[in-house]
Design a protein around this ligand. Sequence first.
Ligand SMILES: Cc1cc2nc3c(=O)[nH]c(=O)nc-3n(C[C@H](O)[C@H](O)[C@H](O)COP(=O)(O)OP(=O)(O)OC[C@H]3O[C@@H](n4cnc5c(N)ncnc54)[C@H](O)[C@@H]3O)c2cc1C
Length: 158
Amino acid sequence: MPAAPKLQCAYYAYWADLPMDGRYEAYMVGDRAFAAWPTNDGLTVVIGALPMRDFAANRADIEGGYLATIARVPAFAERTASATRTGRLVGTAVPNYFRVPYGPGWALVGDAGYLKDFITGHGIQDAMDGFARVNAGLTTPGEFFSDPRLTGVPRPAG
Ligand SMILES: Cc1cc2nc3c(=O)[nH]c(=O)nc-3n(C[C@H](O)[C@H](O)[C@H](O)COP(=O)(O)OP(=O)(O)OC[C@H]3O[C@@H](n4cnc5c(N)ncnc54)[C@H](O)[C@@H]3O)c2cc1C
């Protein structure tokens, strides 16, 4: 199966009273990146990412690493000064893989069959797409593997 190990780790938290003007913002500075966007109840999620090679060292001070990533964009960091972080930092990293997503009488949709780094922002759409395909009965090998996104995925024997 085509696969890649975990490539990045990200930590996120929700902030109250962070001025966003309804925007989605994303920043990449060197080998760090972060993004922020408004969610429900007036809260803004701010997610900061680091490469997996720095994961172990970052664990010694996860909060410091998160804030240092934000501090790479001083204009954004200034806006967080008047905001309040609600709740704890949550972190995750995911491996990347394809699984053969079907067999006689069963099919996988979503992350169960095709998991990729969340920086792509495609997981929900792909899960819905997979469901639509299964629901439409498009699960024969020829139909399923005709999707160009599956180029290189080995077809099961038989
Ligand atoms: C930090 C992060 C940010 C992301 N951002 C985006 C984004 O911006 N845009 C985007 O499109 N995608 C994003 N994704 C990816 C997206 O969340 C997933 O691709 C999507 O949720 C996959 O949907 P799913 O239904 O396959 O799996 P899931 O949403 O994981 O649902 C599986 C469900 O099955 C339940 N379950 C597991 N085992 C069992 C069991 N044995 N019995 C019963 N229930 C069980 C789980 O509790 C879970 O509720 C992000 C992922 C992460 C981690």
